[in-house]
Design a protein around this ligand. Structure first.
Ligand SMILES: NC(=O)c1ccc[n+]([C@@H]2O[C@H](COP(=O)([O-])OP(=O)(O)OC[C@H]3O[C@@H](n4cnc5c(N)ncnc54)[C@H](O)[C@@H]3O)[C@@H](O)[C@H]2O)c1
Length: 250
């Protein structure tokens, strides 16, 4: 339990898997009430069950983050159930690797729609609730690929993740005087269903490029996300925090 966060309400997109799931569980341990939002209603329901097993309240929401009306409906449902929204974590995302000749126009549109437009839509829907209360914290998920030379990722993924950093800084500056903080986490390579798609050779190539000599685990990213969402980060806004085992340093 965390005395300062207990009773707060969080929406976690992509909460059904990987980093989003780990974030839901870490928030639950702090006593935060969690809306688990995911394209897979089944995965959202499963993680909501895990949140409840940890003693916190949960709501599971099947939602496609690219569809504005579904996003707005989800935010309305969370407000109706819990009465407030303190935290938004935008973790829903899809990955694409490869060279530009392997990226179709449809690939580009889909990756940008989920990773960047989805983040925009959820921010747009949640911010009015936060402004009503004069407080809130948003944490967006970028990637090491959005900050430095990409090793495997495609232009679509890299552009979407660089866009998330720009979106974060723009919103942070617009909302800084209104009690709403907006930050970003840029994970390096983390073992989740997303990176399970890599071949053994790709995984080994990536592992060798990480000074700590291993991929991260979802809980190690979740702890950074929850820190930025918490009152412990009360003077931090517009920041992008690297969580990458030393793979990229600024
Ligand atoms: N795993 C990594 O190495 C890594 C590195 C850097 C950044 N990231 C980013 O972290 C975030 C989480 O990734 P992960 O590794 O946990 O992946 P994951 O595949 O385990 O989880 C992503 C979740 O997003 C959901 N999702 C996908 N499209 C959606 C949509 N249209 N609407 C709603 N939900 C949707 C999926 O159903 C899934 O549950 C992503 O934004 C990803 O780009 C991951």
């Amino acid at each position: 339990m965390d005395a300062e966060m207990q009773g707060q309400v969080a929406i976690v997109t992509g909460g059904g898997s990987g980093i989003g799931r780990a974030t839901c569980l870490e928030l639950a341990r702090r006593g935060v009430r969690v809306a688990v939002a995911d394209l897979s209603a089944e995965a959202a329901g499963r993680v909501a069950g895990e949140v409840i097993a940890l003693g916190a309240e949960a709501l599971d929401c099947g939602v496609d983050v690219t569809a504005a009306e579904q996003v707005e409906r989800t935010v309305r449902a969370v407000r109706e159930r819990f009465g407030r929204i303190d935290i938004l974590v935008n973790s829903a995302g899809i990955y694409q690797s490869g060279t530009i000749d392997q990226v179709s126009e449809a690939d580009w549109d889909r990756v940008l729609a989920v990773n960047l437009k989805g983040t925009f839509l959820f921010c747009k829907a949640v911010i009015p609730c936060m402004l009503e209360r004069g407080s809130g914290a948003i944490v967006n998920i970028s990637s090491i690929s959005g900050r430095t030379r990409s090793q495997l990722a495609a232009v679509s993924y890299v552009a979407s993740k660089a866009g998330v950093i720009g979106l974060t800084m723009c919103l942070a500056s617009q909302l800084a005087g209104k009690g709403v903080r907006v930050n970003c986490v840029a994970p390096g390579s983390v073992s989740t269903p997303m990176t399970d798609l890599w071949s053994a050779e790709e995984r080994e190539f990536i592992r060798r490029s990480i000074p700590m000599g291993r991929l991260g685990c979802p809980a190690e990213v979740a702890s950074a996300i929850v820190y930025l969402a918490s009152p412990a980060a009360s003077f931090i806004t517009g920041e992008t925090l690297n969580v990458n085992g030393g793979a990229f340093m600024v």
